[in-house]
Write a protein that binds this ligand. Structure first.
Ligand code: NAP
Length: 329
């Protein structure tokens, strides 16, 4: 698979990464360990060298899974993980925590779970309003100097925060939601990243599965599935938003591709420094998603998509209010 570079310090990754969250957390019961290991190793065999995790996924279990799955070829892959939360005894998130001493503890624990001596990309998962971003960037800078971390990243950070952080420690990548049904980053974030030379890693590039056409208004999610509380996934919203999936379907047919592949190819066509990280628990879908790297959208295709999408208004917020409040703007 082609490679792309994130940031100015040469972080080279496959043009499509693997989002590993759903293997342990978020979308129903965790995948059985051996199956999950097989999926991750198949991704590597197919050319994926960029794997996304977080302390919060599980919590802890996802990093342990990646540690085991990637151990045989650790030196050939880029592992990204994240810090920034406290957890209660049941494993639920109990607030943000990006205090310097906490970041250091999380780094040491993540290194053990990931069975490695260096974290390739260490993101702050959410901007902590209690801790100046300069202190966060300064702490990651020290971890880089100590050899425990290679690159610094932010997630869901606003433009001002990105600039302040970048002035202390160059940011290699921003990981935020971006897809055909969430285009807010286009107004301020993407121009800021372009100006500063920071890479962009869109999360939920398949709209949490919706843009693939595999979900409709009648789909029932597992009781532990996060999408049950997302307004954009209410049955009424799904019904309205089906127009977007139908559009993707039509383009996919013309391009002899699938809707998922068009959604990913569209992201990659926006900038050469955009690297989507679709998540899946299924081998067939993994192959399909990786296949998007070979789908080329011409200027004409992109105009046709733009034109059609501009006529559709997506219904429903992408987060419930209490989670939207955590997003830095
Ligand atoms: N920084 C953050 O705050 C943040 C937030 C969310 C996610 N992330 C990261 O971003 C990654 C990707 O985001 P995401 O998992 O939320 O959303 P996504 O990649 O947009 O979609 C994942 C969902 O789509 C389904 N799917 C995947 N490929 C498919 C295909 N070809 N056809 C039909 N369905 C398909 C998956 O189900 P199956 O498993 O059944 O295939 C899963 O339910 C995560 O794994 C995580 O690493 C980061």
């Amino acid at each position: 698979m082609q490679k792309r570079t994130l940031g100015k310090n040469g972080l080279a990754v496959s043009a499509i990464g693997l989002g590993c969250m759903g293997l342990s957390y978020g979308y129903g019961p965790a995948t059985q360990t051996q199956q999950a290991i097989k999926l991750i190793r198949t991704a590597f065999e197919r050319g994926v060298t960029f794997f996304d995790s977080a302390e919060a996924y599980g919590p802890y279990k996802n990093e342990e899974l990646l540690g085991e799955a990637l151990a045989p070829f650790r030196d050939q892959v880029v592992i990204a993980t994240k810090f920034g939360f406290n957890f209660n005894a049941e494993g639920g998130q109990s607030g943000m925590n990006s205090r310097p001493e906490h970041i250091r503890q999380v780094a040491d624990a993540a290194l053990k779970r990931l069975r490695t001596d260096v974290i390739d990309l260490f993101y702050q998962h959410r901007v902590d309003p209690e801790v100046p971003i300069e202190d966060v960037a300064g702490t990651v800078k020290e971890l880089i100097e100590e050899g425990k971390v290679k690159h610094f990243g932010l997630s869901e950070a606003g433009a001002r925060t990105i600039r302040r952080a970048h002035a202390v420690q160059p940011v290699a990548a921003l990981q935020s939601e971006y897809s055909l049904w969430w285009r807010e980053p286009e107004t301020e974030i993407i121009p800021t990243l372009e100006e500063l030379g920071i890479g962009f890693v869109p999360f939920s590039p398949l709209g949490k599965g919706f843009l693939t056409g595999a979900i409709n208004e009648n789909t029932a999610f597992d009781s532990t599935d996060f999408r049950n509380i997302v307004p954009r996934f209410s049955p009424e919203a799904r019904k309205t938003n089906q127009a977007l999936v139908d559009l993707l379907d039509r383009i996919a047919l013309q391009k002899k591709a699938t809707s998922a592949q068009i959604a990913l190819a569209w992201l990659m066509a926006q900038k050469p420094w955009i690297v989507p990280i679709p998540g899946t628990t299924k081998l067939l879908r993994l192959e399909e998603n990786i296949g998007a790297a070979a789908v080329e959208l011409t200027e004409r295709d992109l105009h046709a998509i733009e034109d059609a999408v501009s006529k559709i208004t997506v219904q429903g917020d992408r987060y419930p209010a209490h989670l939207q409040a955590r997003v830095d703007r």
